[in-house]
Design a protein around this ligand. Structure first.
Ligand SMILES: Nc1ncnc2c1ncn2[C@@H]1O[C@H](COP(=O)(O)OP(=O)(O)OP(=O)(O)O)[C@@H](O)[C@H]1O
Length: 113
């Protein structure tokens, strides 16, 4: 139960302090509204929720890696640059796949509208 409290505190911490997480979360809310608007099907909801959860979680992991790097050294360091870039690259890759998933789901609904 204590672990759950720590995890919740971490989540609030991220929501308060991380700009990128706020942007990703806002996009998620827009996608939720689109889902209700177009009355998407159960399987489509599952895919949207899973994909969004994966992106938001990966964004949190990315923030944790960035904070770990900053703890190790705030000085300009080529290895830290590589680590942060790789971590950001993982978020970018999943975001690209998520956009494709979103287009595949929403374009047919939009065309049928
Ligand atoms: N200590 C460092 N040494 C070298 N390069 C760094 C260092 N800190 C940050 N960078 C570079 O700046 C980029 C942005 O890092 P920063 O820690 O500012 O994260 P951020 O602004 O939250 O980035 P993002 O928008 O990708 O989440 C990194 O991807 C890296 O290329």
């Amino acid at each position: 139960m204590l672990g759950f409290n720590h995890a919740l505190r971490g989540l609030f911490n991220i929501i308060k302090s991380e700009r990128n997480f706020k942007i990703q979360f806002s996009i998620f809310l827009v996608v939720l509204c689109m889902g209700f608007y177009f009355k998407i099907e159960t399987l489509e909801w599952l895919i949207i929720i899973l994909t969004s959860g994966a992106i938001l979680s990966l964004e949190i992991i990315n923030s944790a890696i960035e904070k770990t790097c900053d703890l190790i050294s705030r000085a300009n360091h080529p290895e830290i640059k590589v680590i942060k870039d790789i971590s950001a690259g993982a978020v970018l890759l999943l975001s690209i796949f998520a956009v494709v998933v979103g287009l595949i789901i929403f374009i047919p609904h939009w065309l049928a509208y």
